[in-house]
Ligand binder design. Structure first.
Ligand code: PLP
Length: 380
């Protein structure tokens, strides 16, 4: 079945629970004892095994074409469970440069305290990967689209590299979504999502998801059972509801993003636009080859740097100045003052994040209204 059909029907119980077309919320922390085969199977909401979790897991797994899935309390809970269930003291991680700030901080501040070292490498330089490899490397970690420059790594080469060297390959597929790219089909071992973003899609929930082979998901669940980062049943319900409309939302957002990117690209007050749908983007050809959509994120540099960006923020009437992405409301941020404020200015400059760079998460407003609003806000 096609993804749109799976989004509606996968994971839903048949026959429906109590005949309810929409999966009800099983708002119970504990369940009558059946035959638990061990601690991890006791029916208890922290152990991610209520009927609300089961239905959601089915839908999440289908979405990425995975054997199994695990819903988590946040994207970071999914990422940390994926990493920690595959690493132990003395191991090393190969990680793509320019990762989401929270993941970057987990890798540089917390993992070293556990005796795990991380080496950062460019996403499309196999020679650099080979050089950074050591006998202790266990995991290769990438994002299918990076923030905020929306670059696309050489993902097929990375999956093959990891497989040849028996590394566990993990991809954060938050920006691309399975509508654009399905990492497991390309040979990656695990896919992580901040379901806070497109999967839920309404800016009203924090959640995460991990998808992959049953054995790996079981390992991650057992760790999550101890770390305590389970998703509560009400949030399971919201995410399951949000997922049903992912296809229509995301395609619409991608179409609008391309229109807005093309509009900004021609605007006299804009120095540069980053969007994989533009021919000027360094990974345009790769996006065409690997992705079904160019995505709904873009970034651009207004002429005049940070001051011009801040002035534009103060004049915009539709986009809200807020972090996060993937919801109905268009959101704008200035990464140098938000997600990437922790990086040294030289490091930001090296990876191409100028002080004036503006990141845009395109929402579900009419493209024409957004373009008119940006035009007004960028006027001299
Ligand atoms: N991965 C990416 C690409 C993100 O942008 C984010 C959050 O912004 C996360 C992971 C973390 O997700 P959460 O905030 O749901 O923990």
């Amino acid at each position: 079945m096609r993804l749109d059909t799976l989004l509606v029907h996968a994971g839903e119980p048949r026959p429906r629970a109590g005949g309810a077309v929409t999966m009800p919320i099983f708002q119970s922390s504990t369940f009558e004892e059946t035959e638990a085969r061990g601690y991890h199977d006791i029916r208890y909401a922290r152990l991610s095994n209520t009927p609300s979790h089961d239905a959601l897991h089915g839908k999440l797994a289908a979405l990425e074409g995975a054997e199994a899935a695990l819903a988590t309390a946040s994207g970071m809970a999914a990422i940390s469970a994926a990493l920690l269930s595959n690493l132990r003291a003395g191991d090393e991680v190969l990680a793509q440069e320019g990762l989401y700030g929270g993941t970057h901080d987990l890798m540089t501040r917390d993992l070293p305290r556990l005796g795990i070292e991380v080496r950062f490498v460019p996403g499309d330089d196999p020679a650099a990967w080979r050089k950074a490899l050591s006998p202790r490397t266990r995991v290769f970690y990438l994002e299918s689209m990076t923030n905020p420059l929306v670059r696309i790594a050489d993902l097929p080469a990375a999956a093959a590299f990891a497989r040849e060297r028996e590394l566990v390959s993990i991809v954060d597929n938050t920006f691309a979504t399975p509508l654009s790219f399905r990492p497991l089909r390309h040979g990656f071992d695990l896919v992580a999502h901040s379901a806070t973003k497109y999967l839920n899609g309404h800016n009203d929930l924090i959640a995460g998801a991990l998808m992959g082979p049953s054995a790996r998901i079981r390992e991650a669940k057992h760790l999550l059972d101890h770390l305590g980062g389970s998703l509560d049943p009400h949030a399971c319900f919201l995410l399951q509801r949000g997922l049903k409309t992912l296809g229509v939302r995301f395609r619409q957002q991608c179409a609008t993003a391309l229109q807005v990117a093309q509009f900004l690209d021609k605007h006299r007050a804009v120095a540069r636009v980053n969007h994989p749908g533009l021919q000027s983007h360094p990974n345009h050809a790769r996006a065409r080859e690997l992705f079904a959509h160019f995505g709904a994120m873009l970034s651009f540099e207004p002429k005049g740097g940070a001051d011009a960006a801040e002035r534009m923020f103060s004049r915009l009437s539709l986009p809200l100045h807020a972090p996060s992405l993937g919801g109905p409301e268009t959101l704008v941020t200035r990464p140098a003052a938000s997600s990437h404020v922790g990086l040294a200015p030289e490091e930001r400059a090296r990876i191409g994040i100028s002080d004036g760079l503006v990141r845009v998460s395109i929402g579900l407003e009419a493209a024409e209204d957004l373009m008119e609003d940006f035009d007004r806000a960028l006027a001299p």
